[in-house]
Design a protein around this ligand. Structure first.
Ligand code: ADP
Ligand code: MG
Length: 480
């Protein structure tokens, strides 16, 4: 419950407004549902007892208002009215379902997008420590799970609960004792099954978040280290680590879905029993066939409406229990979200020197990777850093690039200290050739432009010429 409140809090104001609108629509549909159920009564009463049109005051009143003289045409009018009410209910339900689906999926997309941007904005150090497979999983998989396992069931519960309550209220007024017997029996069954399964679903759900993370990690790591793994013939064993979490994840998901469906099988069998209960009840009340027909019709129709509603509510509750842990992941990771300002196009002047003054940096507290580094790199010179593995060469480059922020000392460029304000302009000045090459799935020009849209072909070619790569690219079958 707490997670759901946090989720609504984390929504954008616009989404919350949409949610309120849908809730309003659902309430309307719930009332309409009662009209749909109630509309069959006059018709069924008239079928069993045509004389009711004159005997029952409310029917007589309607008949007089409509000005229908004979029983037959009044019967047809009542039938058509019931038909119309059912049709309108169906159309409204279809429209609401569409609105609901659109809302839940667009909200899921919104969360995925915000998570992705949130991860970008995090302190850079985060990336050197965080597990990128886990982040990809959160952006794509956990938000999908949020849609199918939390947002959809929550709206389904709301809609079904409102219409079920409306129909129950109506039945309670119309035939209180019978409504209590049937509603209590079926409702109690659902509540009982739910209470038994609740803890199991919650623990399955919590574990499946971990299994999901695990399977993403194995896929990412296998593909990431493919060259080494293939070289040493370990790719299959390594990929085999996918089995345990992926299998557990699949089984947990199946079990949670089965739990949601379980009462259906019980209820379907019992629904026929319900019909018998209604008939016995009516006979015990001393009603004749003409009296039983409207009652039976009403309960059959109400049951036809209510049982799927009960089933939907139960199924959605089971889904919610199972998928709720996904909400925590998303809500927690979104915390501290800010709008990032547009990046400057300016370039920091660099004609004199880069200076490091007493620079220190530690990835983890108490374990400095670099300490007291002072260094001057003059403009237009070439500098090589030499040292053992782990001596801090890459860390030093990260600090100069501004990917890492010094814990001690400072770095200046032509006397301007590098800080949050000056860093973008400094980074606009830098050309960077990484140790490991990363190619995006696209053309050569797209890879050179890396993220610049639209791609400036002439600029890409200029860059390739400067790097001495133009001839080789031009010789490719598809060129740039
Ligand atoms: N992402 C990281 N998280 C924690 N420690 C790191 C990380 N990257 C490097 N280190 C540590 O920082 C030190 C310097 O590493 P690095 O700059 O990569 O060295 P080099 O590039 O000279 O091999 C090493 O002790 C290394 O273990
Ligand atoms: Mg290195």
């Amino acid at each position: 419950m707490r997670a759901l409140i946090d989720l609504v809090r984390a929504m954008r104001a616009r989404d919350r407004r949409r949610l309120a609108l849908i809730a309003l629509g659902l309430t309307g549909a719930g009332l309409l549902e009662v009209v749909g159920v109630a509309s069959v009564i006059p018709f069924l009463t008239l079928v069993g007892d045509p004389a009711a049109a004159t005997r029952l005051p409310y029917l007589a009143h309607i008949r007089d208002t409509l000005g229908l003289a004979d029983d037959r045409s009044f019967l047809i009018a009542a039938g058509l009215a019931a038909l119309l009410a059912i049709l309108v209910t169906a159309v409204v339900n279809a429209a609401l379902t569409y609105a609901q689906l659109l809302f839940t999926h667009l909200t899921g997309y919104g969360f995925a997008r915000r998570l992705l941007f949130r991860y970008l904005a995090r302190e850079r150090l985060f990336f050197t420590q965080g597990n990128s497979a886990e982040l990809a999983k959160n952006v794509l998989s956990e938000t999908d799970r949020l849609v199918i396992g939390v947002l959809t069931p929550a709206t389904v519960i709301a809609s079904r609960a409102i219409s079920a309550l409306a129909v129950i209220a109506f039945l309670l007024v119309y035939a209180p004792r019978l409504a209590l017997i049937l509603g209590g029996g079926f409702g109690g069954l659902y509540v009982g099954i739910y209470l038994v399964m609740r803890a199991r679903l919650a623990s399955l759900g919590a574990r499946s978040v971990g299994d999901n993370a695990q399977r993403y990690r194995v896929v990412q790591e296998t593909l990431g280290a493919l060259t080494e793994l293939k070289l040493y013939g370990r790719a299959e064993t390594f990929a085999g680590k996918f089995d345990t979490p992926a299998h557990a994840y699949a089984k947990a998901t199946a079990e949670s879905l089965l739990t949601g469906q379980m009462p259906r099988f019980v209820i379907e069998a019992l629904a026929f029993g319900g019909v018998i209960v209604v008939v016995l009840f009516a006979l015990a009340q001393g009603l004749d066939t003409a009296g039983i027909l409207p009652l039976l019709g009403l309960f059959a129709f109400a049951g036809y409406r209510m049982l799927p509603a009960f089933q939907n509510i139960f199924n959605s509750l089971a889904l919610l229990r199972f998928y709720l842990p996904a909400v925590r992941v998303i809500v927690d990771d979104l915390a501290g979200e800010t709008e990032s300002p547009p990046r400057t196009l300016a370039r920091l002047p660099f004609c004199d020197a880069i200076r490091l003054e007493g620079v220190g940096f530690a990835y983890a507290p108490g374990r400095p990777a670099l300490a007291e580094v002072s260094l001057t790199i003059r403009a237009n010179t070439t500098v090589g850093l030499v040292g053992r593995t782990g001596s801090g060469k890459s860390t030093l480059v990260g600090l100069i690039l501004g990917i890492l922020t010094p814990d001690a000392g400072r770095i200046t460029v032509d006397g301007t200290p590098l800080d949050a304000d000056t860093l973008p302009a400094w980074q606009n000045r830098i050309g960077y050739v990484p140790q490991d090459v990363f190619l995006v799935d696209g053309t050569v020009a797209e890879n050179i432009a890396l993220g610049l849209e639209p791609v400036d072909r002439a600029a890409a070619e200029r860059a390739a010429r400067l790097a001495g790569a133009h001839d080789f690219v031009a010789a490719l079958p598809e060129g740039y």
